[in-house]
Design a protein around this ligand. Structure first.
Ligand code: FAD
Ligand code: NAG
Ligand code: NAG
Ligand code: NAG
Length: 611
């Protein structure tokens, strides 16, 4: 009898596991070592690629992800809990090298380590770049396939508007025509709070540089708007939920997903057309729970059991390992700047100096104001019983404060045309419809900087972000050990323009929040902010408390065919190499401002129609 029950149970297990795409947790569970496409990195771009490439039943695809299954991560699913994902099992736990622009502090450089990648851990603001951004990109690359007009259909194809969790009518908060019918769900104001409508009202009254814009995703990205968030039915909508989840219940047989496994490097296997061919990937699994060894030779290797596996791609290897992971794999494979590789005794097989260079990121100043009415957010964070009740409410209804994203409103702004900095430097933005800075507003003292949270009081926050930085940094591997942490140097606020624009963003925040309409709501700036007046004082505040809004790009930059600079050509193929493409945010040409999740999705979907 007992044997019989066990049999039934195991048959059931077999039956359910044979339906749909499966997750494998170790390389030796796979029945083949050869696929048409091998995608490194199951992140924002990687999940879209895996899903769309395997739509063709004649093509076999392997997706390899270092992190685990997104479906088990509660803090990723519940929008309000995104902040808890820092330094967790789904974070790479990276930090920058000390930043002179940030008072020599090393800061967190968060990246998703899970299926869905950074789209499983980000703050869900759904922003396309402006039309100027794409058009200047297309022009710079000399390839019209990257223009706004060429890419717009793919934005519509990858997402659709979802109704807000609280059920309100959002017709006048978006432009419906700018949205499509794809799988990523996008919504506005899932849990409205008083400051949201106040911000939009004041914007309407102030006009000019503070103008109101019904939908910043419709081409012109300037102005104040209700934030669109990748949230549907009160849950995070990521590239994994949108593009992979449906496959777990489908009949698709030609896609294998391998998790908890690192691509350690690409291996050259011969040459083709006189160029080295890199269609073999090497895989390894670190011991769980201790991913990156400190940057210190004495402990390097402790996470490594030494076992390596080789898999072969018949058609192509696609790197979708992100702004740090992609240049890291290229450098470990001997594709990169000779000086960096030589120091680590790695043979330079293909010298591409820009691999890891031109890292560009958006620094952010976090500011708080006291308000004279209750902020639900602050109350909630101080009261565990209320917090638990809200979690339960979310579990039962997928509604309430837990269903809401971070800022209800945001804006992109340009520096005044008369700003004295333009006497010294020409406009670094991609055009008149692109912002130099971004402001975001919300309720409560969100704990995202080093300012300790007080035990009492009610607050709103404002985030002042530099979105057209001229500073460039880099990333370099620190060891030939694949599990060692790389050196990440975003070089925040290193130029005069960047400092001037950051100061302008902070001053704009003060100007905006001192509008009459906020009089009965906002009291005074919190903490040391109250006494800041000079540019130097504002910059000192940012240096002491600044963080990143996590928009790193540019480390495997696209450039025209045959260009001396850059890493990939306009088809995303790695220059001077056969068999490798990069499809992720590391290829971005860093003109200016944007949140980068959705642009990646748009481009990936666009790219596939040309493959
Ligand atoms: C905390 C945070 C908040 C953000 N907020 C927003 C926002 O509100 N709105 C917005 O639009 N953008 C936001 N961003 C930026 C946006 O999420 C990223 O730009 C975008 O997701 C990058 O996509 P990607 O495909 O290039 O890389 P990722 O999505 O990071 O994917 C890379 C994947 O590769 C995997 N990987 C890396 N190395 C290896 C390896 N060696 N082997 C196997 N797998 C590997 C990683 O684990 C990851 O899954 C935020 C980012 C973060 C981190
Ligand atoms: C990141 O750090 C946390 C806390 O130390 C740890 O629990 C987690 O496993 C680490 N993440 C990875 C991917 O190693
Ligand atoms: C990228 O970085 C390299 C080296 O720092 C530099 O020479 C090059 O001009 C940069 N390219 C771009 C487009 O920023
Ligand atoms: C601001 O300045 C006033 C007057 O100099 C001083 O009394 C107060 O302590 C300062 N506040 C903060 C938070 O630095």
């Amino acid at each position: 009898m007992r044997v019989f029950i066990l049999r039934v149970v195991s048959l059931l297990a077999l039956a359910s596991s044979s339906l749909g795409v499966k997750l494998y947790t170790a390389p030796d569970q796979l029945s083949t070592k050869e696929y048409d496409f091998i995608i490194a990195g199951g992140g924002t771009a990687g999940c879209v690629l895996a899903s769309r490439l395997s739509e063709n039943p004649d093509v076999s695809v392997l997706l390899v992800e270092a992190g685990g299954d997104h479906r088990e991560v509660f803090n990723s699913i519940v929008p309000f809990l995104a902040g808890n994902l820092v330094n967790s099992a789904v974070d790479w736990n990276l930090t920058t090298v000390p930043q002179p622009g940030f008072a020599d502090r090393s800061i967190l450089f968060q990246r998703g380590h899970v299926l869905g990648g950074s789209s499983s851990v980000n703050y869900m603001a759904y922003n396309r770049a402006s039309n100027d951004f794409y058009n200047s990109w297309a022009k710079g690359i000399g390839d019209d396939r990257w223009s706004w007009k060429s890419l717009e259909p793919f934005y519509k194809r990858h997402h659709k508007l979802a109704e807000p969790a609280d059920g309100h009518d959002c017709s006048d908060q978006v432009v419906r025509d700018a949205h499509g019918d794809g799988p990523v769900e996008v919504s506005v104001l899932n849990y409205p709070v008083p400051i949201d409508d106040m911000v939009m009202r004041v914007s309407g009254e102030m006009g000019g540089r503070f103008s109101w814009n019904q939908d910043i995703n419709a081409g012109d990205s300037l102005g104040f708007t209700y934030t669109q968030s990748s949230i549907g039915n009160g849950k995070r909508s990521s590239s994994a939920t949108a593009y992979l989840d449906p496959l777990f219940e489908s009949n698709r047989k030609n896609l294998d997903i391998l998790i908890n496994t690192h691509v350690t490097k690409l291996v050259q296997a011969g040459t083709s057309k006189g160029k080295p061919e890199f269609k073999t990937v090497e895989l390894a699994q670190p011991k769980p729970g201790q991913l990156l060894t400190p940057d210190d030779d004495s402990t390097a290797g402790t996470t490594d059991d030494g076992k390596r596996y080789k898999f072969h791609a018949k058609k192509e290897v696609i790197l979708s390992t992100g702004v740090i992971g992609t240049p890291k794999i290229l450098q470990l494979s001997g594709i990169g700047p000779k000086d960096v590789l030589q120091k680590l005794d790695i043979e330079t097989i293909v010298e591409i100096p820009d691999v890891g260079k031109n890292l560009t990121d958006h620094p952010m100043s976090v500011m708080y104001w006291n308000i004279n009415q209750e902020s639900q957010f602050d109350t909630l964070l101080r009261d565990p019983a209320q917090f638990a009740a809200q979690i339960q409410h979310w579990q039962e209804t997928h509604k309430g404060i837990m269903a809401g994203g971070v800022s209800g409103t945001q804006s992109y702004m340009r520096l005044p045309e008369s700003h004295p900095i333009f006497a010294e430097i020409s406009d670094p933005s991609s055009g008149p419809h692109s912002g130099h800075t971004e402001l975001l507003f919300g309720e409560g003292m969100i704990p995202i900087t080093n300012i300790p949270m007080p035990d009492s009081g009610n607050y709103v926050y404002a985030l002042a972000v530099l979105t057209s930085p001229t500073s460039r940094g880099d990333m370099q591997i620190s060891s030939s050990d694949t599990f060692a942490a790389p050196k990440i140097n975003p070089n925040y606020l290193a130029t005069e323009f960047d400092r001037a624009a950051m100061v302008q963003a902070m001053r704009d925040t003060f100007t905006f929040l001192s509008h009459e309409a906020f009089k009965n709501y906002i009291d005074a700036p919190y903490g040391s902010l109250v006494n800041l007046t000079t540019d130097e004082e504002l910059l000192k505040y940012t240096a002491d408390h600044g963080v990143t809004i996590n928009h790193g790009i540019g480390t495997a930059k696209m450039s025209p065919y045959g260009a001396e600079w850059g890493v990939v050509d306009p088809d995303l193929k790695v220059k001077e190499v056969i068999g490798v493409r990069v499809v992720d945010a590391s290829v971005f040409v860093s003109y200016d401002s944007i949140d980068f999740t959705k642009p990646v999705l748009g481009w990936v979907d666009g790219l596939l129609t040309r493959w």
